[in-house]
Design a protein around this ligand. Structure first.
Ligand SMILES: NC(=O)C1=CN([C@@H]2O[C@H](COP(=O)(O)OP(=O)(O)OC[C@H]3O[C@@H](n4cnc5c(N)ncnc54)[C@H](OP(=O)(O)O)[C@@H]3O)[C@@H](O)[C@H]2O)C=CC1
Ligand SMILES: O=C(CO)COP(=O)(O)O
Ligand SMILES: [Zn+2]
Length: 354
C-alpha cells in the first residue's frame, strides 16, 4: 500500500556542479570560473561594501586569466532594481554571472542568470543565509517568499573573507539553520494532514545542519564560531532544498513569521535573525524544546528578543497573526491554531521574545 510519504509529483533535483570551500583562496577565483565554463567575460554583482573589500583581489585574479569583467551594484532586493541591473547585464554579453556578497547580491545574480540563461556562480562573503547553494531566490515582489530560479553551477567560498565579515552575519546564518528544526516539523505536519510529498532524506539533511550548530553552540560560546562548519551546514541545507525541489526542509512557519516582519518592519533585523526569533516561538507552539533553540541562539550571539533587533511587541504580534496568510498553500502549525492577538501575545511573552 502506498503511503502519503510515497506520493509525490515529479520534481527536478538541480544541484551545484562544483563547490569549493577554501581559505585565503580568493586569488583562485578566475581559475575556478575557467574550470566551469572557460568564460571570456564575467558580470559581477555585489554591494558597495563587499566591492570595496574584494575589488582589487578579484580583478587581479580575473586579469591573470585574461577574463574580462563588468561590476554591477546591488543596492536592495526590489524587483525594479533587479530589472535595471538585468538590462545592464544583458549589454555585457558575458558568458557567466557571479553573485558576490550576502543573500541580496547572490539572489540578484541568481535570478538574472536564470532570466538571461547565463550560468551563475555563487560567491558568499558572509555565512548569513542558506541561499548560497540553493535554487531559490527571495526578491521583493508580490510574493513575500522565495521563488525557484536555478541552482548555482558553482559555489566558491573563501572562509577567510567570511571570518572577517561582521560577526552578526555568521550568527544570523545560525538562525537560518536552527529554523530547519521547526521547518521540518511543519513539513511532517503537512505530510500527515494534506498528504503532500515529504522527502525523508532531504528533511534529515536539513535537520543535521541545524543539529551540528546546536550541538556545538556551547563550545562556540567559549571559543568563537567555526565559520567553516557553519558554511558547510548552510551549503548542505541549500542542497537539502535542491533535493526536496522546494524550500520545505528549510522554511516553515518561522520563515512565514520572518516574511511577515519584512512587510511590517522592513529593514529591521537580518533574515536569519528574524527566522531565529520565529523558531523560538514556533517550536513552543509545536511542542518542541524551544529552550534549546534559545540556548543555541544565545550561544552563537544571535538575538533572542524583539528588542535586540529594534522590533516592538505589536510588530511581533501582527507578524504572528498574518504569517500563515502570506503562503496559504504551505501547511504549518499556524493552520492548526487560532492565532488571536491574545494567543500571539502569550506565545511571544512566554518565550521572552517580547
Ligand atoms: N535565496 C534564498 O533561499 C534565501 C535568500 N535570502 C535573502 O538574502 C537576503 C539576506 O541576506 P543577508 O546576507 O542577511 O543580507 P545582505 O545580503 O543584505 O547583507 C547584509 C550586509 O552584509 C554586508 N556584507 C556581506 N558580506 C560582507 C563582508 N564579507 N564584509 C562586510 N560586509 C559584508 C553586505 O554588504 P553589501 O551591501 O556590500 O552587500 C550587506 O550590507 C534577503 O534578501 C533574503 O531575502 C535569505 C535566505 C535564503
Ligand atoms: O529563506 C529561505 C530558506 O532558508 C527561503 O524560504 P522561503 O521559501 O520561505 O522564502
Ligand atoms: Zn531562510
Amino acid at each position: 500500500m502506498r503511503t502519503n510519504q510515497d506520493r509525490m509529483d515529479s520534481h527536478t533535483m538541480e544541484l551545484p556542479r562544483q563547490i569549493v570551500v577554501g581559505e585565503k583562496n580568493i586569488n583562485e577565483f578566475a581559475g575556478f570560473l575557467q574550470s566551469l565554463t572557460k568564460p571570456k567575460k564575467v558580470s559581477l554583482i555585489s554591494g558597495i561594501n563587499v566591492k570595496k573589500i574584494l575589488k582589487q583581489k578579484i580583478e587581479k585574479s580575473l586579469k591573470s586569466k585574461k577574463i574580462k569583467f563588468v561590476w554591477h551594484t546591488s543596492k536592495d532586493n526590489q524587483i525594479t532594481t533587479l530589472k535595471k541591473i538585468q538590462n545592464d547585464v544583458k549589454k555585457d554579453h558575458s558568458d557567466i554571472i557571479a553573485g558576490i556578497g550576502g543573500g541580496r547580491s547572490i539572489d540578484t545574480a541568481k535570478l538574472i542568470g536564470f532570466n538571461l540563461d547565463i550560468p551563475f556562480v555563487s560567491v558568499p562573503t558572509a555565512a548569513s543565509h542558506d541561499g548560497i547553494a540553493s535554487p531559490f531566490v527571495s526578491i521583493k515582489s508580490d510574493k513575500p517568499h522565495s521563488i525557484v530560479a536555478t541552482a548555482p553551477l558553482g559555489v566558491f567560498v573563501d572562509i577567510d573573507i567570511i571570518k572577517k565579515a561582521p560577526s552578526r552575519l555568521l550568527a544570523s546564518g545560525c538562525g537560518d539553520l536552527v529554523a530547519n528544526i521547526t521547518a521540518v516539523k511543519d513539513w511532517k505536519l503537512g505530510r500527515d494532514k494534506t498528504g503532500e510529498y515529504y522527502g525523508r532524506y532531504s528533511a534529515n539533511l536539513a535537520i543535521m545542519s541545524a543539529e551540528i550548530v546546536m550541538e556545538k553552540s556551547s563550545q562556540y560560546a567559549k571559543n568563537g564560531l567555526d565559520a567553516r562548519v557553519i558554511v558547510e551546514a548552510l551549503i548542505s541545507a541549500g542542497v537539502a532544498s535542491c533535493i526536496a525541489g522546494s524550500s520545505r526542509p528549510c522554511s516553515g512557519a518561522e520563515h512565514l513569521f520572518s516574511h511577515a516582519l519584512d512587510r511590517i518592519a522592513p529593514g529591521k533585523g537580518l533574515h536569519g535573525e528574524k527566522c531565529g526569533l520565529g523558531a523560538i516561538m514556533i517550536s513552543k507552539l509545536q511542542g518542541q524544546n524551544w529552550k534549546e533553540i534559545v540556548k543555541t541562539l544565545k550561544n552563537v550571539g544571535a538575538p533572542t528578543t524583539a528588542k535586540q533587533i529594534d522590533l516592538k511587541e505589536e510588530q511581533i504580534i501582527d507578524a504572528l497573526m498574518i504569517a500563515q496568510d502570506l503562503r496559504p498553500e504551505r501547511y504549518t502549525i499556524l493552520k492548526e491554531i487560532d492565532m488571536t492577538e491574545r494567543r500571539a501575545k502569550n506565545i511571544a511573552k512566554s518565550t521572552n521574545v517580547t
